[in-house]
Design a protein around this ligand. Structure first.
Ligand code: DX5
Ligand code: ZN
Length: 214
């Protein structure tokens, strides 16, 4: 299992220290949650923070845009060294075009689904995307409870990917801990995002290693 710790639950007054912890951990990515107070009922951080983090983080950046019109930010994210750019299906009327533009910019294209958005919405782009990010909470906040139905959703997505010979990876975000992570691993997830479970634990590096061992 790959692990993408979410910076949202880090100590923002000690970001350099927490990124150093990530750098020296077994984590595969660093997950950055960008919120605009429009698409989701919260505001997190933008490019001043992303660029500063990018300078000191040695892990690939996995950027999750919870914003309207995410296609406006392809070039700045490329410049910031983003590896995966995740856009929400719910805010992209021209999703096929946006996926193409992200890939042309040299990043991996991820499409994110809210809990209420069915997997079938991706049927016609599943061979074009590099990754699908399944939200297992309603986006906007860390520390929420896992929506159990997400396990079935991951299974349905795995079936769609296998049936279409897509190479898309499955990432899951929200309420992930060792228990829900195990269910997601069995359902076919490739990458787990974890915020509060990692940064709220006594030994974050050991917690990352335990998720990775799933
Ligand atoms: C929620 C964010 C998540 C969040 C997860 O909107 O997309 O990445 O940080 O936090 P936990 O792991 O605490 O549910
Ligand atoms: Zn996220």
């Amino acid at each position: 299992m790959q692990v993408s710790p979410s910076l949202l639950s880090a100590d923002f007054a000690n970001l350099a220290r927490d990124i150093e912890m990530i750098n020296s951990s077994e984590s595969d990515y660093l997950h950055l949650d960008v919120m605009d107070g429009v698409f989701v009922p919260n505001i997190s951080f933008g490019f001043p923070v992303i660029n500063a983090v990018s300078k000191i983080c040695t892990k690939p950046l996995d950027v999750h845009l919870m914003i309207v019109e995410p296609q406006k930010w392809i070039e700045p994210l490329r410049k910031a060294g983003t590896r995966i750019m995740n856009v929400h299906q719910e805010v992209c009327p021209h999703l096929h075009r946006t996926i193409g533009q992200i890939k042309e910019a040299g990043m991996e294209a991820g499409v994110t689904l809210n809990p209420a958005t069915p997997v079938v919405m991706l049927e016609d782009v599943i061979r074009d995307v590099d990754l699908v990010l399944i939200m297992s909470v309603n986006p906007g906040f860390g520390g929420q409870s896992f929506i159990e139905h997400s396990v079935e959703k991951v299974k349905r997505l795995r079936e769609l990917i296998d049936r279409t010979n897509s190479k898309a990876k499955i990432e899951v975000d929200g309420g992930v801990n060792l228990e829900t992570g195990r269910l997601l691993a069995d359902a076919g997830a490739d990458i787990l995002v974890a915020g509060s479970y990692v940064f709220g634990s006594a030994d974050p590096k050991a917690t990352i290693a335990s998720l990775r061992a799933l």
